[in-house]
Design a protein around this ligand. Structure first.
Ligand code: GTP
Ligand code: MG
Length: 204
């Protein structure tokens, strides 16, 4: 496998001069659910990615058939990284995207170290795939937002039903978004920031 540490090319934005809190945030979820896409969409700096081409050798393991778009050709093997300043809240979010595959679990643990909160991506067509990720986040006692990435083939499930199927705590925010849309991802992160302020250091 060739190593591809890639960066996106838009111009960098420098850190603000005024003091800000810095928070490490995980963007987690199962394979091909839009983690890399979301970080790329919202980051104010050129993002760092470690995506590799998916080959037929992984066909039995990295199965995205029937889930999400069929044009997915790469997968994250280590992490994604981006940054976002929420100036009004006085917070800088450092966004770490986790790899989706189980076999990269040791890398996942390293990336999660020191994180304050998480966005867990959900696809209504494969809720169970996100359970395991939510468990891992909860084991780490991280507050999180459950964020449903709406794919064209995803069935529409009302929030109440979804909350109960996902067994979300009453206070855990559940939001619907589009990982390709900057403002949509921004809304998710603002929801998380507000949640972290309301429930600091709590598993919700
Ligand atoms: N239609 C649609 N396509 C999306 C959306 N989000 C992501 N995609 C596409 O879905 C594919 C997979 O997205 P990625 O961002 O690579 O997913 P990932 O979670 O990083 O995947 P892994 O790193 O392999 O776990 C890409 O082709 C994206 O363009 C969405 O909201 N709608
Ligand atoms: Mg990825």
């Amino acid at each position: 496998m060739d190593s591809t540490l890639s960066r996106t090319s838009h111009p960098p934005v420098f850190l603000p001069d005024v003091p800000h809190e810095r928070k490490k945030i995980l963007v987690a979820g199962p394979l091909g659910i839009g983690k890399t896409t979301a970080i790329r969409a919202v980051s104010e700096i050129p993002t760092l990615h470690t995506d590799e081409t998916m080959t037929t050798a992984a066909a039995g393991t990295d199965d995205v058939s029937g889930h999400g778009p069929r044009d997915k050709s790469t997968t994250t093997v280590a992490m994604d990284f981006g940054r976002l300043t929420l100036a009004q809240a006085g917070v800088i979010l450092y966004l770490f995207g986790t790899p989706g595959q189980e076999r990269f679990r040791p890398v996942w643990n390293g990336i999660a170290e020191g994180a304050l909160g998480a966005v867990v991506l959900i696809d209504t067509e494969r809720l169970d795939a996100s359970f395991e990720v939510m468990d891992r986040i909860e084991e780490r006692r991280l507050s999180y937002v459950a964020a449903v990435n709406t794919f064209p083939n995803s069935r529409v499930v009302d929030p109440g039903t979804l909350r109960s199927k996902l067994a979300l705590a009453e206070t855990t925010p559940l939001v619907f978004f589009d990982a390709r849309d900057k403002n949509s991802v921004l809304d998710v992160l603002i929801t998380l920031a507000v949640h972290l302020i309301e429930f600091p250091g709590d598993v919700r």
